[in-house]
Design a protein around this ligand. Structure first.
Ligand code: ADP
Length: 501
């Protein structure tokens, strides 16, 4: 058994998830070690940890993906366990092997389980063996077999990379005429992006929903499922809004999906926290993949089940048995706030946070690493924070989210809060007309109203116009007097402080 007690946890990540993990680790009495790149020396996760180690320059390949430097940082700081967070090295079996070889505990599944599930072709095979329905498809991209599949299943079909992830490595093929070219290009792309050109093919479902099941597996063979999350609101196959429970989802389908996810986790010998993803088409559902790590959207499950999934991960990694899981309650909704400009094709945005106003009140949680002065650069993904609202009913939570998005202001970094506010306030979302095509169908060109552009940007512009900011370094603008005199919230007319819609 790998599990054993540990005392000092290195968090091999950055941003909101590093901070999130540090909080739970501290609360459970563990010492924490942050790692950081040269670009992140002044980040909040570094300040929050007991100890911190520089692991390389800004480029992720040389820092947050640098296995040797991270293992050396763990050894040097006396850490005896590593939590990978999500993204970066979290699903790299070679990292788990390196952690094991160094005599450290990895907070996650075993290397061989991760390797099997990380390969989408072998994951499909495990699902089939466990009688879990998979999307109709073939586990080869041989041109002749692909032609036959296209002819029998009907177009469009989807060419996918066995090693794909993060919405990358997928190509929709509309007709037999394009098939040969699509397979060739997809194989090249997969080879250069993932170092693995193997492909497989699925039927491209027209308007599915993305519904996933949170699982926990302990080192003693027990697997528990913690309900579902609907993550259908996506842009380019990347999730933007997630909710639990899935609306318009019968208890029969829920029970069947939970049962399938549990079988899948058991068949794979899964341990620690993971997510089994499905596409839902009417009442039929199909296995998509297993994410062998903590998921970005895990807080909506925590809220409904009254648990701390990071604490569960740490307990499992220490060899403890899973405790009783309480029944879920109420509803929870999450919006991912990204550093992007929705008015300009969601192009990435950068900048320094000049002022931050975070929402609060009952049923509101904002997981973020932002603070005044924090720089948002172009090196890493642009997730600024996750706004999570909860309440008794979906409609109550929806209204709370609209209010919380109004309250949120991130001055200095253009972001998607205003656009998400439009999405949540739309009739289609209120009616829960969910599908992975939601944004294409209802927001084909992004936000509907220019006036919805981030109020925070307007306030910042007004302040700049008033020459209040000048060339002042936001880091230096501290002190009570300064913040009262120069806070945008006191300088703007009251009606500007809250978005009025
Ligand atoms: P990744 O690992 O890159 O995230 P997934 O296989 O998990 O890829 O799929 C991501 C998203 O792509 C899904 O949530 C869904 O929106 C879309 N997708 C994947 N497979 C299909 C399919 N066969 N038909 C329709 N949409 C699909």
């Amino acid at each position: 058994m790998r599990a054993r007690k540990f005392k000092k946890l290195l968090i091999a990540n950055r941003g909101e998830i590093a901070l999130r993990i540090i909080r739970t680790a501290r609360m459970t009495g563990l010492k924490t070690v942050a790692i950081y790149s040269e670009a992140d020396a002044r980040s909040t996760h570094v300040a929050a940890a007991d100890d911190a180690r520089l692991v390389g320059p800004a480029e992720a390949s040389k820092s947050y993906l640098n296995i040797a430097a991270i293992i050396a940082a763990a050894k040097d700081s006396g850490a005896d366990a590593i939590h990978p967070g999500y993204g970066f090295l979290s699903e790299r079996a070679e990292f788990v092997r390196a952690v094991d070889a160094a005599g450290l505990i990895f907070v996650g599944p075993r290397a061989e389980v991760m390797a099997q599930l990380g390969d989408k072709i072998s994951a499909r095979k495990i699902a089939t063996q466990a009688s879990v329905p998979v999307v109709p498809g073939i586990e080869t991209a041989d041109l002749r077999a692909a032609r036959e599949f296209g002819a029998s299943a009907g177009y469009p079909i989807l060419v996918k990379a066995a090693a794909g992830g993060g919405g990358r490595g997928m190509r929709v093929v509309e007709s037999a005429a394009n098939l040969g070219d699509a397979l060739e290009t997809a194989a090249h792309e997969a080879e250069s992006a993932f170092g693995d050109g193997r492909l497989f093919i699925e039927k491209y479902l027209a308007r599915p929903r993305h519904v996933e099941i949170q699982v926990l597996g302990d080192e003693h063979g027990t697997v528990a499922a913690l309900g579902e999350r609907d993550c259908s609101i996506q842009r380019r196959h990347q999730k933007l809004v997630e909710e639990s429970p899935a609306p318009n989802f019968t208890q029969t389908t829920r029970d069947a999906m939970i049962d399938a996810a549990t079988r899948m986790a058991q068949a794979a010998g899964y341990t620690n926290a993971g997510t089994v993803e499905f596409l839902l088409d009417g009442s039929a559902f199909y296995f998509l993949e297993v994410n062998a790590r903590l998921q970005v959207e895990h807080p909506i499950t925590e809220i409904r089940f009254g648990c701390d999934l990071v604490a569960e991960q740490l307990k499992i990694a220490m060899g403890e048995r899973l405790g009783a899981i309480s029944d879920p309650r109420g509803c929870a909704l999450e919006c991912r706030i990204n550093a992007e400009d929705p008015g300009r094709g969601f192009s990435p945005a950068t900048g320094a946070v000049i002022q931050l106003r975070t929402p609060g009140g009952p049923g509101v949680r904002f997981d973020t690493h932002l603070a005044q002065g924090v720089e948002v650069g172009a090196y890493y993904d642009g997730l600024l924070g996750k706004l999570i609202c909860s309440g008794a009913t979906r409609e109550e939570v929806r209204r709370r989210m609209i209010s919380a998005l109004d309250e949120l202001a991130i001055v200095g970094v253009t972001n998607t809060a205003g656009f998400l506010r439009e999405v949540i306030a739309s009739d289609a979302f209120a009616r829960a007309e969910l599908s992975t095509r939601f944004l294409e169908e209802h927001f084909p060109t992004g936000p509907h109203h220019d006036s919805e552009r981030d109020t925070a940007a307007l306030i910042a512009a007004a302040l700049v116009a008033k020459d209040r900011l000048g060339s002042r370094d936001p880091q230096e603008s501290d002190g009570a007097r300064d913040s009262i005199e120069h806070s945008p919230w006191t300088e703007m007319p009251k009606f500007e402080l809250w978005r009025t819609r």
